[in-house]
Design a protein around this ligand. Sequence first.
Ligand code: HEM
Length: 140
Amino acid sequence: MSQQHLTLISTSCIVVSGICLLLGWWQIRRQRMEAHRAFMLAATAFASLFLIAYVTRWSLFGSKSFEGIGGWKTFYLANLAPHILLAMTVGPLALYQIYLALGPKDFARHRKFGRITVPIWLYVSASGWLIYFLLYVMEF
Ligand code: HEM
């Protein structure tokens, strides 16, 4: 399997994860707890698959450097930096959310942290797709 295939798989997983997240959020807004739980656990499963595909690609092929220059390079780096920083916070936040909901059932805190976790996760998902596009689709 090529570097590009593995990257496409991992990026697709993070996008599907973002879609499940949106659907899960929409379900809880409509008071549908069972559907919320199912979509949020699916979002977490796809994010985990992303991580597996990403680490596999990275250990087999290393990382790809951006070929654009000038303003494109600045734009790429300005997206990459917050993407990496926020991606590192999403994992612990998501696991904490699941723990709060399934463990102590502390839904007051779950709601509070959920309103931080969901936008960060969505940003990571959308910016991940943008970075894939800049690295592998656009030609410089
Ligand atoms: C990573 C996983 C999860 C995230 C990011 C998440 C996110 C959220 C968010 C943002 C809200 C607040 C919605 C709003 O009021 O605007 C919420 C509420 C809720 N979530 Fe989750 N959730 C996750 C997993 C779960 C799981 C596994 C359950 C299982 C039972 C669950 C049960 C609930 C319930 C019952 C509420 C309503 C709480 C209330 O209004 O008192 N969530 N969640």
